[in-house]
Design a protein around this ligand. Structure first.
Ligand SMILES: [Zn+2]
Length: 236
């Protein structure tokens, strides 16, 4: 799982969702154990995440290893992960990133809506179900601030954080990152449509209803294989 989290972090960076040293992914691995991407003693950024950067903490944020985290430190925004996992038993993985297009679209007053259909079916379905916005641009470094974000997230898979980024959830780190990629893709398209002078509108109901459910582990697996192959082909 450490390897999977490291690869998922590298995919987020390679896809432009987490430039520089910001962003992290966590995965619940037990009733009171969470693996989380930590900041290393020779931190180089998310694009160069290695399995050694992933460490186990409890739901209270304390390191599981008796000797602590070595030279690593947990993310400032660890509460964002822990509160989401506490509040949402259906969630196993949490990805947090600062995608510029998602932040720009929200600041431009553009909501993540199902403006496309077959262009990205999982993305259209995600958007059709609603992508809420958390209205605060704060660093989510306390249980109180994280609790506010979790209330904004509600029962949805992804929440946009105004002036900050997004938090995406899933049953696996791969699913959480793919959902973040979908939201980023819709934000980029929406900005392009607006920049071209176009008007944004939801896809007609009848078209949305016609989109097949391509969900399931097989399609997720294929989509992820594409991401990891792309990662290997295009070094950061
Ligand atoms: Zn952040």
């Amino acid at each position: 799982m450490r390897e999977r989290i490291a690869v998922a972090c590298r995919v987020m960076a390679a896809r432009g969702l987490a430039d520089g040293i910001l962003g992290h992914i966590s995965v619940r691995t037990g009733a009171d154990e969470v693996l989380v991407r930590c900041r290393g003693p020779r931190e180089r950024g998310l694009a160069w995440t290695e399995p050694a950067d992933v460490h186990a903490v409890g739901l209270d944020g304390a390191p599981k290893h008796p000797d602590g985290l070595g030279g690593w430190s947990v993310p400032n925004e660890l509460p964002l992960h822990l509160e989401t996992l506490r509040a949402r038993p259906d969630v196993t993985a949490v990805a947090h990133a600062h995608p510029p297009a998602v932040v720009a679209a929200d600041l431009a007053g553009i909501a993540i809506r199902p403006i496309v259909g077959a262009f990205d079916i999982p993305g259209a379905r995600l958007a059709a179900g609603g992508v809420p916005v958390h209205p605060r641009g704060v660093l989510i470094r306390s249980r109180r601030l994280a609790g506010e974000m979790v209330r904004s997230l509600g029962d949805r898979p992804v929440v946009v954080l105004r002036g900050h980024g997004l938090t995406s959830t899933g049953a696996t780190p791969e699913e959480a990152v793919l959902r973040a990629l979908s939201v980023d893709g819709i934000a980029r398209l929406a900005l392009a449509v607006r920049a071209a002078g176009g008007v944004l509108a939801d896809l007609p109901e009848e078209d949305l209803a016609e989109l097949p459910d391509l969900g399931g582990s097989f399609n997720l697996e294929v989509a992820w294989r594409h991401e990891t192959t792309r990662l290997a082909a295009v070094p950061p």
